[in-house]
Design a protein around this ligand. Structure first.
Ligand SMILES: Cc1cc2nc3c(=O)[nH]c(=O)nc-3n(C[C@H](O)[C@H](O)[C@H](O)COP(=O)(O)O)c2cc1C
Length: 154
């Protein structure tokens, strides 16, 4: 099994976060990284304690600053954990800067993880309505950060 692993956990309402998760997973395969993806609607926040390797969270914002409805139980469960000191993570937040609470769910997730003592390997990134374009710049930085962790080509 590859020692280069990546876990992608996404929360989505209309599929944009899932699309980006798929794009990251495809690139991971090309880079020889074993990626696994999970929808927050279907995975358990308590499982984060057992994850080895970096975790990428991708989450959109809805309803004046809330996570997608299907991701709310995951957020709630995460808030109930005591600590995640072994977790290495970054958050990619999706939103639209026309809304006052731009990318708030992603920012809240980042703050929750920091409070749980998880270690961020790349600062929170916020992508707006042009996310497919700005994703490219984000991906360059992301794979640069992972190259630092794994020594992989970008
Ligand atoms: C009704 C509605 C409410 C939204 N509310 C917010 C918001 O409060 N903050 C924000 O940054 N983006 C907001 N958005 C933008 C979405 O987060 C954005 O379209 C995102 O790409 C959706 O990703 P998803 O398909 O993965 O859920 C809203 C969009 C709609 C249609």
């Amino acid at each position: 099994m590859s020692d280069k692993v990546l876990t992608i956990i996404y929360g989505t309402e209309t599929g944009n976060a899932k699309t980006l998760a798929g794009q990251v997973a495809k690139r991971a395969e090309k880079n020889g990284v074993a990626a696994t993806s999970c929808n927050m609607a279907e995975c358990d926040a308590a499982g984060l304690a057992g994850i080895a390797g970096p975790v990428l969270f991708i989450v959109s914002t809805w309803d004046d600053g809330l996570p997608p409805a299907s991701a709310r139980p995951y957020f709630k469960a995460l808030a109930g954990l005591s600590s995640l000191p072994g977790l290495s993570y970054t958050v990619l937040a999706l939103g639209d800067s026309d809304y006052e609470q731009f990318c708030k769910a992603g920012a809240d997730l980042d703050a929750m993880l920091a409070k749980l003592e998880a270690k961020s390997f790349m600062p929170l990134s916020k992508l707006g309505a042009d996310f497919q374009v700005s994703y490219m710049g984000w991906a360059k930085n992301f794979w640069g950060a992972l190259a630092g962790i794994y020594g992989i080509s970008k």
